[in-house]
Design a protein around this ligand. Sequence first.
Ligand SMILES: [Zn+2]
Length: 227
Amino acid sequence: MTRIEIEKDKNINQKIDAPCRICKRTTKHIILTDIQLKGREETEHEFIYGWDDKYQTIQCQGCEGISFLKSHMNSEDMYAANPERDEWEYTTHVDIYPNPEEGREPVTDHYLLPAKLIKIYTETLSALNINNRVLAGIGIRAIVETVCKDKQAAGKDLAKKINDLVAQGVLTQDGADILHKLRTLGNDAAHEVTPHSAVQLSLALDVIDHLLQGVYILPHHANAKFK
Ligand SMILES: [Zn+2]
């Protein structure tokens, strides 16, 4: 038997973080309208499948622009939030319309990046611009791996190397936490092909932009000015 419950405007006026295509960064948004849908497939004795969907109209508190947010979770789709402790969480797929990453610009002076990074960085950005989120996730992994190699980050796996970038002072702890949440960067998920949510990828690319600035672009300017 399928049971569907719909709740209206439960989270109205609450604030959430979401990427804004006009402000070109993640900003506080207020929820203007809210539909929460719970679907359950079950018999009298057995739960078979469940899904939770959200449909929200949201407004940026910076530019007052309005977008539509849709999110989906289901009982079949989990990921290892902490592989070492065998902790699993439900994957949330979030889409925002219009795509906030459309027309996202590369980091300032990105032409100063090493040649091997320019190509993968610009292609990752194009993937995000047209909402190709699987490819964007794989591109972000490739960028992080290249930076770890250049900075000779210590550690057996990518997660530990990311922590070493924090120890080296080129990545903030907040930045590392965001990268750790990307499943494509997880230990066992090198070939993960399920897409990330738009919100996660947008935040991850903000982290990548800061990282590339700190590791390659700012040192280049510093060397040029203090020779
Ligand atoms: Zn805005």
